[in-house]
Design a protein around this ligand. Structure first.
Ligand SMILES: O=P(O)(O)OC[C@H]1O[C@H](OP(=O)(O)OP(=O)(O)O)[C@H](O)[C@@H]1O
Ligand code: HPA
Ligand SMILES: [Mg+2]
Length: 172
């Protein structure tokens, strides 16, 4: 949690908002697949890409869904080291993936672009789609819905809970 504190702004996304934005992503992608507008498969980048990928697959009627698991870590070992590296710890079906041609790869957001840079290097011909994007990561994504500033932290619904808040004016 501490590495999130330097972010100046918070962008809190409800399940309803995520559903709307992931649907908007699907609608934007509609008809742009290589095979008469269709993609062969949707691949979610776990874990954050799984909910958006499910919604996109449902909207575009794509029944073949796979996952790629990417773990990011601090290169120097400690959190003080700001260099982040990414590593694939589970790959999708290699025969299906090929060089990515005809595959739609979905993640919840692109931030620095490290995750997508790695996945792109493996599947250069895939189409990369995210619901949200920060400026540093934009060159790595082909299609996204909402851009936020680099100093914004996006809070996803699976990381939040409803809780009591004090009235704005507080008590006397
Ligand atoms: O553009 P980047 O700087 O690489 O950051 C974006 C990635 O970071 C988050 O995933 P995370 O690695 O935290 O794992 P998770 O999806 O399992 O929560 C997010 O879901 C993206 O996949
Ligand atoms: O803004 C963010 N929100 C949630 N997870 C993230 N991973 C990288 N950036 C973010
Ligand atoms: Mg992720």
């Amino acid at each position: 949690m501490t590495d999130r504190l330097p972010h100046e702004k918070g962008f809190h996304v409800s399940w309803d908002q995520l559903h709307r934005d992931a649907r908007a992503l699907a609608w934007r992608l509609q008809g742009h697949g290589p095979d008469e507008g269709h993609w062969k498969a949707v691949v979610a980048i776990t874990r954050g890409g799984m909910a958006p990928a499910m919604i996109v697959a449902r909207e575009l009627d794509i029944r073949t869904v796979d996952t790629i698991s990417v773990k990011s870590y601090h290169a120097g070992g400690g959190k003080a080291d700001k260099r982040r590296e990414a590593q694939v710890i589970k790959s999708p079906d290699a025969e299906m993936m090929g060089d990515g041609e005809g595959i739609l790869i979905v993640d919840d957001l692109v931030d620095t672009g490290k995750t997508l840079e790695l996945v792109r290097s493996l599947y250069p011909k895939a189409h990369f789609a995210c619901v949200y994007a920060k400026p540093m990561g934009e060159p790595m994504v082909d299609t996204f819905i909402t851009g936020v500033s680099q100093d914004t932290w996006i809070f996803f619904p699976w990381d939040m809970a409803l809780q009591y808040v004090e009235p704005f004016r507080g008590r006397d």
